[in-house]
Design a protein around this ligand. Sequence first.
Ligand code: ZN
Length: 284
Amino acid sequence: MLPRERRNAPGFRARLPGSCWVACAALLLLAPLVHAQSYTTARLADGFDMPVGKPNGDGYYVYRGFSPNGHLGEDWNGKGGGNTDEGDPIYSIAHGVVVYSDDYRAGWGNVVIIRHAYRESNGQIAFIDSLYGHLKVRSVRLGQQVTRGQVIGTMGRGPRNMYSAHLHFEIRKDLRVGMHRSLYPRDFQTYHSPRHFMDQRRQLRFEDRLVRVPVNTFQKTNPNRITAEQIEMPELTSVSETVRPAVPEEVEAVIEEETTAEAAAPEKSKGLFDSFLKRLAAPQ
Ligand SMILES: [Zn+2]
């Protein structure tokens, strides 16, 4: 409410309709921009498998589990120990669409995020993002449709080989997180405990249908925006469980270019202490 003097002031009544009209027109014009939500389509998930040793995670174990306000995902390792699992195929846990594929560098290295639509037990369609971190190579592109069990990259050691080889794997129920975990609660409001989630939904009722999936839901500062253009990618041949994936040469060239040590370490000159601080600030 305006103060009484102002409401009673001469001329106020005359000004009101004009200013209201301008404000209303501006709102009408801006509304589509503010509320616009873009969508793509994806196949409804018919179940969820493990991201390594498909479908059951054979040959792998969770070295470090999910803990709210602690480790926000699971670290999967090969049973062979050390770096014997480096380069092993990483699989999409379900049908979905790639909403992030980039080298995020500090602490993360190559990251792929896939968005999945599935039907909850109450009949509703729900969405999650699965995140695969520290990849050696990424073999999928932003906007690409992927199927359950499709190779999306290989197990790596993070930027500058800062870890021993493992997969950092997360499942988010909040589609806004992207690479900005610090903006959201670090607990079950935002995340699922991955194994628990997958164990509850290994086989879902098969429904051969496409559903609308919201995209571009990440924070605006996130550089990856899905465009409508089709991205040309050679199809990866399916691989057996033990064989490492044959990444097409063109893809390998791009990936190698994006994952050189220099590209991954713009802060190299700052020294060890700084990188140690950075790791403390963003534990993966
Ligand atoms: Zn981790």
